[in-house]
Design a protein around this ligand. Structure first.
Ligand SMILES: CC(C)(COP(=O)(O)OP(=O)(O)OC[C@H]1O[C@@H](n2cnc3c(N)ncnc32)[C@H](O)[C@@H]1OP(=O)(O)O)[C@@H](O)C(=O)NCCC(=O)NCCS
Length: 244
C-alpha cells in the first residue's frame, strides 16, 4: 500500500472500504467514533445497517487521521449548514464519503471541493425508473438505445454523476442537472466532463470504477488532477489499529 501523507492539489486519493467486517472488529471500531456518530449508529434497527454505518465512519476517521497524522478519534469533523462534513482545521485536506450496500468510498484531496458517490447496481428496474424524471432528454434517449441488461447500470451512472456534483458543490446557482451526463463513448474511458458554472469556476465530473457491482462518480473543483490513486481499506495485509 502506498502511504503518502502529504497530498498536493493535483492528487486525489480514493479509498474503497469494505464494510463487511466481523462484529468483533466493528465493536472495536465503534470506540473511534464521536458521541454524535455513536448516537446516529444506535438509531439503526438493522444490525447490518448499523455495522455499515460504524465501519464507514471509522474508516473515514482512520483515513483522515492517516493524512492529518492524528489518531482516528482525534479527528474533528464539522458539518456545513447543508450537512456536508468537512475539516475545520488549517490542513487544507478536503474529503467526501459515500456508502452503498457493503462498500464505502472516501475521496481525499487538498484545497478544493470534492464530491463522490457510489451506488450498488440493484436488480430492481422499477425502483430505478423512479430516477427517470431527473435525467436529461439526451440521457433518456441514450437509455432507450441501451440493451435492457445494461440499463440499470447506465441509469445509476447518470444518477451518481449528479449526486457527486451535488455533494461537491451543493445546490447553488450553478446547479445545472442537464450538464452532468457523461457522453456514452466516454463512460468506459472514465474521462472528465466539464460542467457549466454560472460563476465561471471550473468544475469537473467523471465516472470511477470501484467494483463491478457498483457505479461511481467523482466531482472536483478546478483543473484535472494529474494523479488519482486507489487504496483498499482494510489493507490486504490486515487491519492494524496503529495504521498511521
Ligand atoms: C446528502 C446526499 C447527497 C447523500 O447522498 P446519498 O446517496 O443518500 O448517500 P451517500 O452514501 O452517497 O452519502 C452520504 C454521506 O455524504 C456525506 N454528506 C452528507 N450530507 C452531505 C452534503 N450536503 N454534501 C456532501 N456530502 C454530504 C456524509 O459523509 C454522508 O455520510 P453519513 O450519512 O453516513 O454521515 C443526499 O441524501 C441528498 O440530499 N441528495 C440531494 C438530492 C439531489 O438533489 N440530488 C441531485 C440529483 S437531481
Amino acid at each position: 500500500m502506498q502511504t503518502s501523507l502529504q497530498l498536493s492539489t493535483q492528487q486525489v486519493h480514493i479509498w474503497i472500504a469494505d464494510l463487511a467486517q466481523p462484529a468483533e472488529l466493528a465493536g472495536r471500531l465503534e470506540q473511534m467514533l464521536c458521541p454524535d456518530e455513536r448516537r446516529r449508529a444506535a438509531r439503526w434497527c438493522s444490525e447490518a445497517k448499523r455495522r455499515r454505518f460504524v465501519v464507514s465512519h471509522a474508516a473515514l476517521r482512520i483515513v483522515l487521521g492517516h493524512h492529518l497524522q492524528k489518531e482516528a478519534n482525534e479527528v474533528e469533523i464539522s458539518l456545513s449548514e447543508a450537512g456536508k462534513p468537512y475539516l475545520a482545521d488549517s490542513s487544507g485536506v478536503s474529503f467526501n464519503m459515500s456508502h452503498s450496500h457493503e462498500l464505502a468510498v472516501i475521496a481525499v484531496t487538498r484545497d478544493r471541493n470534492v464530491g463522490i458517490d457510489i451506488e450498488y447496481v440493484t436488480p430492481q428496474p422499477r425502483v430505478l425508473w423512479a430516477l427517470r424524471p431527473y435525467l436529461s432528454a439526451d440521457e433518456v434517449v441514450l437509455l432507450s438505445m441501451t440493451p435492457p441488461g445494461e440499463r440499470n447500470r447506465r441509469m445509476l451512472g447518470y444518477w451518481v454523476a449528479r449526486e457527486a456534483v451535488f455533494k461537491a458543490f451543493g445546490r447553488g446557482g450553478s446547479w445545472l442537472p442537464d450538464s452532468c451526463s457523461v457522453p456514452l463513448e466516454d463512460e468506459s474511458a472514465c474521462t472528465w466532463r466539464g460542467l457549466l458554472s454560472a460563476e465561471g469556476a471550473n468544475r469537473l465530473v467523471r465516472p470511477i470504477h470501484v467494483d463491478d457491482a457498483y457505479v461511481g462518480a467523482l466531482a472536483i473543483e478546478g483543473s484535472e488532477p494529474s494523479d488519482i490513486a486507489y487504496f483498499r481499506w482494510p489493507p490486504e495485509s490486515g487491519y492494524n489499529f496503529g495504521m498511521r
